[in-house]
Design a protein around this ligand. Structure first.
Ligand SMILES: C[S@@+](CC[C@H](N)C(=O)[O-])C[C@H]1O[C@@H](n2cnc3c(N)ncnc32)[C@H](O)[C@@H]1O
Length: 338
């Protein structure tokens, strides 16, 4: 895994009262020193923040369409992508060493832990989970039967429970699991805050959520394609969603393919691992209104098709980014920035 550390996170530092050099402003209790070395950023509820003009998780403007950040579009996207997912997506964006690094803060320290892997897809992340936890205690949930069919074929996952479901409305009782894991799925959820609130609800008191997801690009072209395709949250948005859901001890660990040498300007489909601990039993203290997307509502097939094609085209850009970065890594002498 690459150690990207501070570049591209100035927003986060400023919001949290930290100078871009990593030094801490007086009065902040942001746990930075030492954590930065480990690529970890830690927050506490008492952190003094410089309040932004509006909430970072407020709706993005319509000028940022994000075509595949809808359940129906995501369903059809994975209808096709599931055929090649393990062979095309994972090698460029989500390698085994990244996965193991990202799961490390989840503290999978007991084989008897009850774990839910939400948006578990073809089971690539679940393969990392069952190294530490008995497969019979692990449930893989996904809205795509096509992705789950691939998970069912994997021998180490044969004892896992595999179910279809929605990350924003989980079919598990309150206070059910010891660990909630979700990797690379939040970007498709129309209402990410609702999904994280669900993570809180299904965990037992003291249970831990580990959400692995994209990070927003800073380079203009990458930002354009990211915004057309799906949700690439900013680091501070993850933190805000976790804290609002009620999680304590919220931490963010930066991850990335090692050949990127820490570059984050193009965004990353798997760019951080965010963890939080559930401090009290019961539901999340956060109250939300109705769901953002009503999947029962009929859609205009022409609009749907157009959105789908545009979203899929934008996604193609991100097939080439890791190849471009790999070529740069081959060409630029080691130890030099790329
Ligand atoms: C990039 S794949 C990640 C799969 C797997 N976690 C991994 O690490 O390889 C994203 C998955 O999220 C699923 N997904 C998208 N929206 C969802 C939702 N609302 N509820 C459940 N799963 C969802 C997709 O079907 C897809 O399988």
């Amino acid at each position: 895994m690459a150690s990207s550390v501070l570049n591209g996170a100035d927003n986060l530092k400023l919001m949290r009262g930290i100078a871009p050099t990593g030094s801490v402003f007086l009065g902040s209790n942001f746990h930075v020193k030492g954590l930065l070395k480990k690529n970890l950023v830690s927050y506490s509820q008492r952190t003094r923040t410089i309040a932004p003009k509006c909430s970072v998780s407020s709706s993005r403007p319509a000028s940022q369409p994000r075509f595949i950040q809808h359940k129906k579009e995501a369903f059809w996207f994975y209808r096709f992508l599931s055929i090649v997912y393990d062979h095309v997506i994972n090698p460029g964006h989500w390698t085994e060493d990244m996965r193991d690094d990202a799961l490390e803060p989840a503290d999978l320290n007991d084989r008897n832990l009850i774990v839910v892997d939400v948006g578990g897809g073809t089971g690539f992340t679940t393969l990392g989970i069952v190294k530490h936890v008995d497969a019979k205690n692990v449930t893989i949930l996904d809205q795509s039967p096509h992705q789950l069919a691939k998970a069912k074929e994997k021998e180490p996952l044969k004892d896992c429970k595999i179910i279809e479901g929605d990350a924003e409305d989980l079919p598990f009782p309150t206070d059910y699991a010891d660990r909630y894991v979700s990797a690379g799925s939040i970007e498709y959820w129309p209402d990410p805050q609702r999904g994280i609130k669900e993570a809180y609800r299904v965990l037992k008191i003291g249970g831990k959520a580990c959400l692995i997801g994209p990070v927003y690009p800073t380079f203009w072209l990458s930002r354009f394609f990211a915004d057309v395709w799906m949700l690439f949250p900013k680091e501070e948005e993850y933190i805000e969603w976790f804290e609002k859901a009620g999680f304590k001890d919220v931490q963010l660990k930066r991850i990335g393919p090692k050949w990127y040498r820490g570059v984050r300007r193009h965004g990353l489909i798997m760019g951080c691992s965010v963890t939080g601990v559930k401090p009290f039993s019961g539901d999340s203290p956060l109250q939300l209104g109705p769901k953002a997307e009503d999947v029962e509502k009929p859609v205009n097939p022409f609009v749907f098709f157009l959105r789908f094609i545009l979203g899929a085209l934008a996604a193609t850009y991100y097939v080439f980014v890791p190849i471009y970065m790999w070529l740069k890594d081959q060409i630029v002498p080691k130890g030099r920035p790329i």
